[in-house]
Design a protein around this ligand. Structure first.
Ligand code: HEM
Length: 333
């Protein structure tokens, strides 16, 4: 998985320009979508790039414009999304059929793992369900993982000494394929998730009455739990609003480890933690290895809607001298 991610990252970054000012979320989304696709379907990802991008764009468009309209009303955005998702499913099903026919598990990607699992439970996962699992993975990569990477790159751009530390670490590790060699980068990602958790609000339904934090609560209501607020509470984190990746490296752990809630907690906690941490560390390390990041002065807004995102945030990239050759190309979308 590490080698695949690292190799796809290097491939994707080869098309980035030497110098540019880019929208942080767009840039991060382009990268996470492609890395996620490579992780999900390996080499087949390259065939799916257009269909995946079209489905992702149509889904975001539909969610933005159609969510207040009853689903039984005709709606151009929903129709467009259905068209693109059917197209993607058709392409995926062709790959699924080919892999099932070949009957050999290469165990290289999520599709292989899903097919392996379905072979142990005949009849449980038909091709349609397998395709939909992969599509959920593909779409998921355009959301929180992209927002997370955008925040990581922003924090590195606004903290040059930390950026230098990460660059030095990547050079010393001689690349981005060994996570053990990248503890500082990992700490930066964790600190970004602490300061700007994409899932800034979680919900829990009271299954039974209980006392929580001195309040007597009855069974039934939905509680809102904010990782954003908890992460910035001085009871749990020293100098809570400071960007301090060292807090994850030092021997002193946070006062209450359970206060880190970027991936939730308990049985419903995020199942993609290991995947997304690996991918974000490799992506951030790969970008910093090749480009100096700096902040663009144009203003941006912190928007807390479904997730916590920096809308309008732009980043400046300048090639680290001697790190790569080749003429500049347009950045990926
Ligand atoms: C930076 C990226 C991500 C963040 C911040 C994130 C965060 C979260 C959070 C906060 C929850 C709810 C946990 C709770 O209520 O306690 C969750 C659930 C979940 N996440 Fe993620 N996630 C990320 C990426 C991913 C990825 C890439 C995948 C899969 C490939 C994934 C799969 C899931 C699943 C399956 C659940 C539902 C778990 C359940 O209800 O059993 N997540 N995630």
């Amino acid at each position: 998985m590490l080698a695949t991610t690292s190799a796809s990252c290097a491939r994707e970054l080869a098309d980035w320009p030497e110098a540019a000012t880019l929208d942080a979320i767009g840039m991060a989304r382009g990268l996470t979508a492609r890395l996620g696709a490579a992780m999900a379907v390996g080499e087949d990802a390259r065939k799916l790039v257009d269909a995946n991008r079209n489905m992702g764009a149509a889904m975001l468009d539909m969610l933005g414009r159609s969510r207040r309209r009853p689903s039984y009303l005709p709606d151009a955005h929903r129709r467009r999304f259905c068209r693109h998702s059917e197209q993607l499913e058709k392409q995926l099903r062709a790959d699924i059929t080919a892999r099932r026919r070949a009957g050999i598990s290469r165990g290289r990607d999520v599709l292989d793992a899903t097919l392996d699992f379905s072979a142990t439970r005949p009849g449980l996962l038909d091709d349609h369900v397998v395709a939909r699992i992969i599509m959920a993975n593909l779409f998921g990569m355009r959301g929180s993982p992209a927002i997370c990477l955008a925040w990581v790159l922003h924090l590195l751009a606004t903290h040059p000494p930390v950026q230098e530390e990460v660059r030095a670490e990547v050079r010393a590790a001689d690349g981005c394929a060994d996570l053990d060699g990248l503890p500082v980068t990992r700490a930066v990602v964790k600190e970004a998730l602490r300061l700007y958790p994409p899932s800034w609000l979680l919900t829990r339904t009271m299954a039974r009455s209980a006392e929580i934090g001195g309040y007597r609560l009855r069974a039934g209501p939905v509680l809102l739990v904010s990782p954003y607020a908890i992460h910035r509470d001085a009871r749990w984190f020293d100098r809570p609003t400071a960007f301090d990746p060292d807090r994850w490296l030092n021997t002193a752990p946070p006062a209450e480890p359970r206060a880190f809630l970027a991936f939730g907690s308990g049985p419903m906690a995020c199942k993609g933690v290991s995947w997304v941490m690996t991918q974000t560390v490799i992506a951030a390390a790969s970008v910093v290895r090749r480009w100096h990041l700096s902040a663009d002065p144009s203003p941006y807004r912190l928007v807390a809607c479904g997730d916590l995102r920096p809308v309008g945030l732009r980043l400046r990239l300048t090639s680290v001298a001697g790190s790569r050759a080749g003429a500049p190309n347009p950045p990926p979308g």
